[in-house]
Design a protein around this ligand. Structure first.
Ligand code: KMH
Ligand code: ZN
Length: 271
């Protein structure tokens, strides 16, 4: 098995300070959270940014400032979001790619998302993949539902993405594929030879999905974007607290953690 890559999804676009008082919002707060996660064992930071009032934005300059703050602190891989928040246009969502980040998400289809629809039509997928290719950004395919792996592979057939491929299964979003061991195995078995994967279980599914990934040879995503609780009825104190728990479990299960540079090697990101 590869060493374990832990992705810290520290802010997201949906959670509010009312729901989680320790949610980072400013570039400095987000960078401090990313650094604490790096210290706890995370090799990748899945990055969204917010305006000062806490509302989600994909503003390029806000990303630039936040990435600069993270870079002052550590060499964690910065994976920018191209998902943004539901309802944003493709132009808004693609802004951080102009900064030539090392890595970015690429959601592989349209899906119900709570009471909303997270729109990613076929032409959008091609456009997003083409933009990532032009800027030499490694994609992480975000898989929210069963048909999305084959949508990702269609981008390969069209010459828009190149291996090695890395997939992130986001399981348990209301309206999308539920988080279960059976669904996770179904997705893992549908991947092409040589692909790597992580799983982001939503809410109470974060811990069991992370545990399965550690033993199955996958990788793990945790953080406030997906889950704000440490356990039922108890809010997590920080993103790092969620990373620390995964790191402890990985140590018990003899799965060493990947450093950011080791993760770059696994993901095919040039240093
Ligand atoms: N906020 C979700 C609607 C991504 O970052 O690429 C989409 C999302 C996926 O978070
Ligand atoms: Zn995200």
């Amino acid at each position: 098995m590869d060493k374990l890559m832990i992705t810290a999804a520290v802010v997201g676009a949906e959670i509010t300070r009312n729901q989680q008082p320790n949610l980072p919002i400013t570039p400095e707060e987000i960078a401090d959270a990313a650094y604490a996660c790096y210290r706890a064992g995370a090799s990748i930071c899945h990055l969204h940014v917010r305006n000062d009032d806490g509302t989600p934005t994909q503003d390029r300059e806000r990303y630039r400032a936040t990435i600069a703050e993270i870079r002052k602190r550590c060499n964690i891989i910065v994976q920018v979001s191209t998902g943004g928040a539901v309802g944003m246009t493709a132009e808004e969502r693609l802004q951080p790619i102009e900064l030539n980040p090392e890595m970015a998400t690429l959601t592989c289809g349209t899906v119900n998302f709570g009471d909303d629809v997270f729109w990613n039509g076929p032409k959008d997928l091609e456009r997003f993949a083409d933009m990532l290719k032009t800027h030499r950004v490694r994609p992480e395919f975000e898989i929210f539902d069963a048909g999305m792996v084959s949508n990702a592979l269609n981008l390969y057939r069209k010459g828009l993405v190149e291996p090695p491929f890395h997939f992130d299964f986001v399981l348990g979003v209301p309206g999308a594929l539920p988080a279960s061991a059976k669904n996770l195995l179904f997705l893992v078995e549908s991947l092409p030879e040589g692909a790597t994967w992580s799983v982001a279980g939503i809410g109470r599914h974060q811990l069991p999905m992370a545990t399965l990934a550690i033993v199955l040879g996958g990788h793990v995503r945790v953080g406030f974007e997906d889950n704000i609780y440490y356990r039922k009825g108890e809010l997590a104190q920080s993103n790092a607290q969620l990373v620390e728990r995964v790191a402890r479990m990985a140590a018990e299960l003899d799965r060493p953690l990947a450093t950011p540079d080791e993760a770059r090697k696994i993901l095919g990101i040039p240093r």
